[in-house]
Design a protein around this ligand. Structure first.
Ligand code: AKG
Length: 385
């Protein structure tokens, strides 16, 4: 099964509002570990003194998952990383023309030589090592093959394919991952930015094509509009095989982490966020509700119970149906005949046609019908008595 490398404490730290304190980082690391991620990626300890302190603290928390740190491909960064106590280093070097011309000015031959030197040093020090070609999807295909083949031969544990600007689509991902699968023997990690909305689909496509490790962030936070969100990726993989995903991961942690991280970076969880969004499990149309009441899978690919969240069935609107209203009456303990429910439904729709109504108002209408029903029965009783 694929593994998750959660990068909330690295890529996520690059989100515009992120400025995690060490206690927040520890809390996030503990939650991710409790959820069951395989790896946590941490910011480069060479970034600042506090980054080094934080990386050392998280690497020594005694987590069940492995810790990695993201470093430039040079000996100094890797030495500093090893001293923090992390299990592995995630090296990267830009291979696209953009990055070679405007970021570092190095040739592919230089990149290969440097990568071999740094990987060998890190492996000799007992580190797990990944090497990534930054901006893979705008890199020359032959350059990628040369670089990845060379690093595979010196014993890298994983190659990384990075869609740095979020330009790739699932078919390109599938083609690149499957072709690289025939080039290297090591594992394949993927990292997808979400600029064009494909980050979850690309991660899924990559796994189907043979990728073994997927980078995620809680809520998808990261540079610009971020990367594959943990909740979105898990939802996608759960839809394929719920039992396998439930067995490996502690799913109710996801909404919990989404809210914690949203609060830490001072944003709202988006209303349509996978699993934890306000409307993620809300149902409204009368036709849907009728079927949902018999079998919730009719209109749900994901079972909210598995994620520790509740389904919201909304009856207070003009699109409501009498099955939904009947169900609400039953929740209130009212036993109304179907004909009365149909009349109450008409009243609810008529009220909702002229203004926004609340569930309390629906309940009032139902109780009013119930009272009328009881009065009618009393009158009939008097007549016949
Ligand atoms: C990116 O290329 O967008 C990164 O954040 C680096 C990804 C990697 O190290 O694979």
């Amino acid at each position: 099964m694929w593994s998750i490398i959660d990068s909330t404490l690295r890529e996520g730290e690059q989100f515009i509002n992120a400025n995690f304190s060490l206690p927040q980082k520890k809390e996030i690391a503990l939650m991710l570990d409790n959820f069951g991620v395989d790896y946590i990626e941490l910011s480069n300890p060479a970034s600042s003194e506090q980054s080094r302190i934080d990386c050392t603290a998280i690497a020594n928390l005694g987590l069940g998952c492995k810790t990695l740190t993201h470093t430039r491909c040079n000996l100094e960064d890797v030495r500093l990383a090893i001293d923090t106590g992390v299990d592995g280093v995630d090296l990267l070097f830009g291979t696209s023309k953009y990055l070679r011309d405007y970021a570092h000015g190095k040739s592919i031959d230089y990149i290969i030589a440097k990568a071999k030197e740094v990987i060998s040093m890190a492996k000799n020090a007992g580190c797990e090592v990944r090497f990534s070609c930054e901006d893979s999807f705008r890199s020359d295909a032959e350059d990628l093959v040369r670089v990845y083949r060379a690093v595979d031969r010196v014993g890298v544990d994983r190659i990384g394919i990075a869609d740095t600007v979020g330009i790739a689509h699932p078919q390109q991902v599938s083609e690149l991952v499957s072709s690289l699968r025939t080039v290297v023997d090591c594992d394949i990690e993927v990292h997808f930015h979400n600029d064009t909305g494909c980050a979850v689909a690309n991660a899924h496509s990559a796994v189907q094509a043979g990728a073994t490790h997927v980078d995620t962030c809680v809520l998808g936070i990261g540079e610009r509009n971020g990367i594959t969100p943990l909740g979105g990726f898990i939802s996608r993989m759960y839809a394929d095989d719920p039992e396998a995903v439930k067995m490996k991961y502690n799913l109710p942690m996801i909404p919990h982490m989404d809210h914690y991280v949203a609060n830490a970076v001072d944003v709202q969880v988006p209303f349509n966020n996978y699993l934890s969004g306000y409307s993620a499990f809300s149902h409204k149309a009368g036709m849907h509700l009728k079927a949902m009441l018999q079998n919730s899978s009719t209109y749900e690919a994901l079972n909210p119970d598995d994620f520790g969240v509740s389904r919201v069935v909304n009856v207070a609107h003009r699109l409501t149906g009498w099955n939904a209203v009947k169900s609400r009456a039953e929740q209130l303990g009212l036993s109304l005949p179907d004909q009365t429910i149909r009349e109450a439904t008409k009243s609810i729709k008529a009220a909702a046609d002229v203004r926004h109504i609340t569930l309390d108002e629906v309940d009032l209408i139902l109780r009013d019908f119930d009272t009328r029903q009881m009065n009618k029965r009393t009158d009939e009783g008097r007549l016949h008595g």
